[in-house]
Design a protein around this ligand. Structure first.
Ligand SMILES: NC(=O)c1ccc[n+]([C@@H]2O[C@H](COP(=O)([O-])OP(=O)(O)OC[C@H]3O[C@@H](n4cnc5c(N)ncnc54)[C@H](O)[C@@H]3O)[C@@H](O)[C@H]2O)c1
Length: 451
């Protein structure tokens, strides 16, 4: 089948699904983006994304205008026409940390009622190992003759288009090798268009060459959660050593820079700071722990990663309290950066929000600012925290500044300008970005993590 004859449906037009749908709609396919949430669907129909992701709005609009991207909330209108259906519905965590697969199974059941025989159902959502086998059983039970392929997603919010076009690897696993190959062929097709799409989106093309990896179904599922768990582990490892650095007067930035210079280790994800957050790492770690237990395997190392991570906002606030005689009551504290990382408006499990809420409990007056996440942060910030629509307003006359997210606007604002705007002198660099000497020369007291 050529792309021109192939219609694709993407179930769940969230961070992953909308990105995938918009990109494939520029690679020769006709793509339905199926989204049941009416507010989200409305925004997409206007040619926009409901979240901030660089370059995405431009390609959504262009594909809508061209008629290759069709937003819908109807399975009946989209799925029967599609040879390939990608599922990218949410997989939040249950209160016990295990993966909540309600949406995954609801989407599979609903799709099964509409899928054409012989079509391919591709799981992009992050699911515990063994889920695909259970979904195949559902298809069999419902009499649907469908090929199932696991194709985990590795994009990062903030660089989602780049990551999808210039990927490190595409992984696909399943019991039907032809279906697996067909899914990989979709990405090969996308690769042939990638520079054109990148240019349309305003993203810089690169020469990155990625790998196509086909595996068994269970291996593909395990690859995704293992990759995220390992990255989370690296961050928590760096934060553990940061706590020791604080005790012995070492600088974790120097330590990890030199440790990471070893090619066997690498520098990525060894930055100590306020810990990881977002819609993936926390739930993927707890999901892996729960999945291990389901199979009688205790993943102690991941419990440790989790415990270190959840200690970090409190650890940073304790360091701050120590610097002001244990009393922040009545002090004005600005927390800068509420998105869980730069480049996105996503505030799920955001460390910046955890810091702001923890500081409020000390009796301080908390102001905040984020270039993109003010709207999404609103309901997660505790009553009494004031959001400002500019960095300058948030820091005017404050006693303490806390840098929580690496937005360019926040980290390129000079220490001197922070010092001039503040009334006090405490500068908490919760992402270990700033040069200590420069901050001190501006007359501020530097507090980092492991520095
Ligand atoms: N966000 C990321 O950076 C990222 C990266 C890699 C993998 N993932 C994984 O991809 C999956 C999706 O993540 P996300 O961040 O895009 O989630 P999301 O919550 O932004 O999007 C999921 C969408 O699915 C829709 N939905 C729910 N039930 C549905 C149904 N029955 N049929 C169709 N649509 C339905 C929701 O309305 C929502 O818009 C998750 O498993 C996540 O772990 C996410």
């Amino acid at each position: 089948m050529t792309p021109a004859d192939t219609t694709i449906t993407v179930l769940g037009a969230g961070y992953v699904g909308l990105t995938t749908a918009a990109l494939l709609a520029h690679a020769g396919y006709t793509v339905y983006a199926l989204e049941p949430n009416p507010e989200r669907l409305d925004v997409i129909k206007q040619g926009k994304s409901f979240f901030f992701e660089e370059g995405l709005d431009a390609i959504i609009k262009a594909a809508l205008d061209r008629g290759t991207l069709i937003p819908t909330d109807s399975y009946a209108d989209s799925v029967p026409r599609s040879h390939i259906v990608f599922s990218s519905v949410g997989t939040p965590d249950n209160p016990d940390g295990s993966s909540n697969l309600t949406y995954v199974f609801a989407a599979a059941r609903e799709a099964a009622a509409h899928l054409a025989p012989g079509s391919i159902y591709v799981q992009k959502s992050t699911v515990p190992v063994g889920t695909g086998t259970r979904i195949e059983a559902v298809f069999t039970e419902l009499g649907a003759s469908i090929h199932y392929v696991s194709n985990p997603e590795f994009l990062r919010e903030g660089t989602a288009l780049h990551d999808t076009l210039y990927f490190d690897r595409v992984v696909a696993g399943g019991n039907d090798s032809q279906a697996v190959d067909e899914v990989l062929a979709v990405y090969r097709q996308l690769e042939t268009w990638r520079d054109t799409i990148a240019t349309a989106a305003g993203i810089k093309p690169t020469t990155q060459t990625g790998q196509y990896i086909s595996t068994s179904l269970n291996s593909a599922e395990l690859i995704k959660v293992t990759a995220n768990a390992f990255l989370a582990l690296k961050i928590s490892f760096a934060n553990s050593i940061a706590k020791l650095s604080d005790e012995v007067g070492a600088d974790i930035v120097d330590v990890m820079d030199a440790v990471g210079a070893d090619k066997r280790i690498g520098r990525a994800f060894l930055q100590a700071g306020r810990g990881y957050g977002g819609g993936c790492f926390p739930k993927d770690v707890s999901g892996l722990i729960a999945s291990g237990l389901d199979h009688g395997v205790e993943l102690e190392i991941m419990h440790a990663a989790q415990a270190v991570n959840s200690s970090m906002p409190g650890y940073i606030v304790e360091k701050l309290l120590t610097s002001c005689d244990g009393n922040l009551s009545g002090k004005k504290v600005a927390v800068l950066g509420l998105a869980f990382k730069a480049g996105t408006s996503d505030v799920r499990r955001s460390p910046g929000i955890a810091l702001a809420n923890t500081i409020l409990r000390t009796g301080a007056q908390v102001t905040t600012y984020d270039p993109q996440a003010l709207g999404e942060a609103e309901e997660k910030l505790h009553d009494g925290i004031v959001q400002f629509d500019s960095l300058e307003k948030a820091i005017a006359g404050v006693d303490v500044v806390i840098i929580a997210t690496e937005w360019p606007e926040i980290i390129h604002y000079s220490a001197q300008r922070y010092a001039e705007a503040m009334q006090g002198t405490l500068f908490v660099d919760a992402i270990n970005h700033f040069d200590i000497a420069t901050v001190q020369q501006a007359g501020l007291r530097y507090i980092g993590v492991g520095r």
